[in-house]
Ligand binder design. Structure first.
Ligand code: DON
Length: 425
């Protein structure tokens, strides 16, 4: 399976693939350098030269022979990437750009298997990503707070879906989850995280009790820490949800962080290097590109993994059958959009397409700003404003991919907010 997928990707890189309008627009945006000053502009020009050395329009065929060379070498196994010629190219590109990576860093890299975090929600066994992602714990906290407030399900008469009353509760749950993310979460190979406490229903019930209908709390009532900006739109992340003919499932999120990562190609390998260091907390209270803050828990250290928001999630029914496979791209909106789509399916009983189309909100506690998609009703926005939320319209929130397995079959919904589509074989 891996070999077949790799062969397909190699063929696409060698023979070329059609440029989508989304990709053409993203590449064109590289003409406006991400950083400040002439050095950033020169480095972006160099990146474009190595990445796509002529302007590409939608429909053009794009060949990536350098990447095909690398993928061909990878057929010999992962060591080529971490120790061989490809590794040497990566290290020299990073060092030439002022980085500190050494050959030993790459050679000693190893993936780690970690046990998913797990909770039970409305009869489903929910499995999601453990630290160093914050996604699973933040999702479990959000679901736990909502379940504590509404043990038998939401009450559409009291808090209809999409109403200010319901969205207020959802936003308040997100704020508690993100405040805990900033304060407590980091790579558990390096720092102590009281996962059991953060996952405990009694703790969620305590947070749920603090939520005031119709009013936000002072910022420090959710947690404590420093300064803001606005979350950026999604860019360098992809989420896939897959179910095979035997009912096995994969929820896979990959990320190189911002759009086209570090805007750096590793020499002749064609590999675009990530800018994942941004997922670390540089200093307590100093926000990253997504406006997220953290503290020493997520400080940089050799071999430490940065705190992510990735939330690949699989929910099983009592018989152990896969019912929901979900996850997203979009920085911190990964957590909030995954949670909302999941709730739309499990609590609000929407079909997959409707669950995806439904307008979303986003709150990450810090900055104190509630993002709402333009389709959120005016009444709800007015009500949320009255409750004390600083509401701001975001054009779109999150890039989710969802599968729902019902007794009648599999429903697949790709993100309607971006050009993607479900497929079946
Ligand atoms: O792992 C994380 O949380 C970030 N690297 C995700 C960045 C992201 O989702 C950007 N675009 N889709």
């Amino acid at each position: 399976m891996v070999a077949a997928t790799a062969a397909l990707v190699l063929k696409l890189a060698a023979k070329g693939f059609p440029v989508s309008s989304h990709l053409a627009r993203s590449l064109a945006s590289l003409d406006q350098p991400a950083g400040d000053g002439p050095a950033a502009a020169a480095s972006d020009r160099k990146f474009l030269e190595l990445f796509a050395n002529k302007p590409l329009r939608a429909g053009d065929t794009w060949r990536r022979p350098d990447l095909a060379w690398t993928l061909g070498k990878l057929r010999a196994g992962p060591d080529v990437f971490y120790k061989g010629e490809v590794a040497a190219e990566i290290v020299s590109a990073v060092r030439a750009a002022g980085g500190v990576m050494t050959a030993a860093d790459l050679a000693s890299y190893a993936t780690v298997d970690r046990t998913p975090v797990e909770t039970s929600y409305r009869g489903l066994r929910v499995l999601s990503m453990p630290p160093s992602s914050s996604g699973g714990i933040a999702l479990v906290e959000t679901l736990g707070i909502l379940a504590a407030r509404n043990p038998t399900g939401f009450d559409p008469a009291r808090e209809p879906r999409g109403s200010a009353a319901h969205l207020h509760v959802l936003a308040e749950a997100f704020k508690h989850a993100f405040a805990d993310r900033a304060r407590f979460l980091g790579d558990t190979d390096f720092v102590a995280v009281d996962v059991a406490h953060l996952m405990a229903p009694a703790y969620h019930a305590d947070l749920a009790r603090r939520i005031k209908p119709g009013a936000v709390l002072p910022r420090d009532a959710y947690g404590t820490q420093g300064p803001p900006p606005e979350p950026r739109k999604d860019a360098g992340t992809t989420h896939l949800s897959v179910i095979d003919a035997e009912g096995n499932a994969v929820a896979l999120t990959t990320t190189i962080n911002l759009g086209f990562g570090a805007h750096l190609i590793a020499g002749k390998t064609g590999i675009v290097l990530n800018d994942e260091m941004d997922d670390f907390s540089l200093q307590p209270g100093v926000p990253n590109a997504f406006g997220l803050i953290g503290n020493e828990q997520n400080a940089i250290a050799p071999r430490k993994r940065p705190l992510s928001s990735m939330t690949p999630t699989i929910a099983l029914d009592e018989g152990g059958r896969v019912r929901v496979v979900v996850g997203a791209a979009g920085g911190p909106t990964i957590i909030t959009s995954t949670a909302q789509v999941f709730l739309n399916v499990v609590d609000w009983k929407l079909d997959a397409q409707a669950a995806m189309v439904a307008p979303r909100i986003h709150h990450q506690w810090f900055p104190e700003m509630l993002g709402v998609e333009p389709e959120i009703g005016a009444d709800a926005i007015a009500g949320l404003g009255k409750s004390g939320h600083k509401v701001k319209t975001f054009p779109r929130i999150g890039t989710v991919n969802l599968l729902v397995r019902t007794d009648a079959g599999i429903q697949a919904a790709a993100e309607p907010r971006s050009p993607s589509q479900p497929a079946g074989y």
